[in-house]
Write a protein that binds this ligand. Structure first.
Ligand code: PLP
Length: 550
């Protein structure tokens, strides 16, 4: 088509191409088969032929029929994996589609591509049930550091508070503390190398750019992303979810589509979807939790349907500590062609996140909860999805070229990193990753559970104390509780007087608190650097609080 000189000639050719499509069965022009997000009506079905997929499609608009013919030709008679890997964007570039297909039609075209990929993913999930998909041979480095030797790496943990009490920091789910290595790396970046990145060619710029890109690579390796291009730096979990809701959601959702959320989500994984729903007319459906603080998987499966476009779910609840069965969730969601966003804000501190094993489409987290700096976070996105998404914020760094007429976008991940990045913060993520790897995820979680179990047994027998969360094997080191008859704010205040820092309030999870019949609760969250002695201080301070109410 690139040989054709004018836009008119190309449109004419597309219309002719549309006429070559095999006839489409009128009975298959159903809502389920309709490709949403297209300006005109487009229907698409698939069938299996010797483990390959064959597509049949049509449109009521002659030019769109031509585009449909290109897609059907490109994707048919391929295995699901070949479809997922097919460089469709290169084909669009070769055909110079951008030169004569309007932006609205382009969005429709991407919606068709997305439907095809969803079908391929769903077919693959059925062919390879949970756990069977071979990812790469992902092996974490052998741990080199023992938990017992880590406490002195965190200068703040030896702090004495103004009232003379030594700090006992049990607010790790809100934010972790940082080891000296993270602060040293950041100081060094400012003192020795600092420059802007991806712009100038001088020595400092090269050093800083290299350090930032090495950090991106270490994050990609840490979560087993296929490439560092799939790692977008953002300011944190909240920003990452908003980015997906804007860039992916605005392009691919429309009225009547469904967004599936769970009752245990943090507000950051609720409000951006509510905003998206009010912009597009999409509908939010809620999956409840069970009385034993797990996700209700039966309700989850029942809530999935052909209109489910995205499932946004936390890997670990920030209130209950519940670890959700993400791989099972992605399998079920992909089966209906939905995309899954995993909120890993509370999972990443334990170091055991593997995006390929989870089969996550998007996964988001913050640096500050995993020993890293504030103001930096990550959006992992499957390459295919990121490439289909338009930029959200415009400005420097995210463009390929700008003219007075318009702009073209940079490739991924820079397309989503408009403006000057949190450069030194991104560099500080690498030593945080290195630290977590040196300890190893098993040791981290084991220590947290040991501490949490001791605290839980220590306080749950006290009169009036109620705790919330599943059994220890299904959770992280988060202990949420209330003391009947004592206001949670007061409990936190009394603990603070003893130097013990916990979180109080709704923990940005008001729907969950509503479900639990609570206005507020107390949360003690343990991390690997906490000690048995600290837990015992906590238990004895709780004894005093409970005794004083009697
Ligand atoms: N999601 C969960 C599960 C969280 O626990 C948090 C923070 O507490 C967030 C999202 C928001 O993270 P941030 O404030 O770093 O954007």
């Amino acid at each position: 088509m690139a040989d054709l000189e004018t836009a008119e000639e190309r449109v004419g050719y597309l219309i002719e191409l549309g006429d070559t499509l095999a006839p489409f069965d009128d009975a298959a022009k159903t809502e389920v088969n309709r490709v949403l997000g297209c300006q005109s009506m487009v229907w698409l079905t698939s069938s299996n032929f010797h483990e390959q997929l064959v597509f049949s499609a049509t449109s009521d608009a002659p030019m769109v029929k031509g585009l449909v013919a290109i897609l059907v030709g490109a994707f048919s008679y391929k295995s699901p994996q070949q479809i997922i890997d097919f460089p469709i964007l290169e084909l669009f570039d070769d055909l110079q589609l951008k030169t004569f297909v309007s932006p609205l039609r382009s969005n429709g075209l991407f919606s068709m591509v997305q439907k095809v990929i969803s079908i391929a993913q769903a077919t693959q999930a059925v062919e390879h049930p949970s756990g069977e998909i071979q990812t790469n041979d992902f092996v974490r480095p052998v741990p080199t550091k023992s938990i017992a030797a880590c406490r002195s790496d965190f200068p703040i943990l030896s702090r004495v508070l103004p009232n003379g009490k030594p700090l006992i920091y049990l607010d790790n789910a809100a934010t972790s503390q940082r080891p000296a290595s993270v602060m040293k790396a950041m100081d060094e970046a400012y003192e020795q190398h600092f420059s802007n990145v991806h712009r100038s060619g001088h020595a400092l710029a090269a050093e800083t750019t290299t350090a930032m890109e090495e950090s991106r690579q270490s994050i990609a390796d840490f979560i087993n992303a296929a490439s560092k291009d799939e790692i977008v730096f953002t300011s944190g979990t909240t920003a990452s979810i908003n980015l997906v809701a804007r860039a992916w959601g605005d392009a691919f959702l429309q009225a009547g589509d469904e967004i599936l959320l769970t009752e245990m989500e943090h507000h950051s994984n609720i409000v951006p979807w509510q905003q998206l729903a009010s912009r597009t007319g999409a509908v939010i459906r809620w999956v409840p939790i069970t009385d034993d603080f797990h996700l209700d998987l039966v309700a989850f499966e029942n809530a999935l349907g052909p209109r489910t476009k995205i499932v946004a779910i936390t890997a670990v609840s920030n209130v209950l500590g519940t670890i959700n069965p993400i791989r099972k969730i992605t399998d079920l969601a992909h089966h209906v062609g939905a995309v899954v966003l995993v909120d890993a804000a509370q999972a990443i501190p334990h170091g055991d996140v593997n995006v390929q094993a989870m089969d996550a489409d998007f996964l988001v987290f913050s640096g500050h909860k995993m020993l890293g700096p504030t103001g930096i976070g990550v959006l992992y996105g499957n390459r295919k999805l990121l490439e289909l998404m338009p930029a959200f914020l415009g400005g420097g760094n995210m463009i390929q070229s700008v003219t007075t007429e318009g702009f073209t976008q940079a490739g991924i991940p820079h397309r989503f990193e408009a403006g000057t990045a949190a450069i030194v913060e991104s560099i500080g993520l690498k030593p945080a990753v290195d630290y977590l790897l040196a300890l190893g995820p098993e040791a981290i979680l084991q220590q947290e559970r040991l501490l949490c179990d001791r605290a839980m047994h220590g306080i749950s027998a006290m009169p009036g104390v109620r705790t919330f969360g599943p059994g220890l094997n299904d959770k992280t080191g988060v202990l949420t509780f209330v003391v009947d008859g004592v206001d949670s704010q007061q409990v936190a205040h009394l603990l603070d007087n003893q130097g013990i820092a916990i979180r109080v309030g709704h923990h940005c999870a008001m729907p969950l608190h509503h479900r639990l019949g609570l206005g507020a609760s107390c949360r003690a969250s343990f991390y690997f650097y906490n000690t048995i002695e600290e837990v015992d201080h906590f238990i004895s301070a709780m004894h005093s609080i409970v005794r004083s109410k009697a």
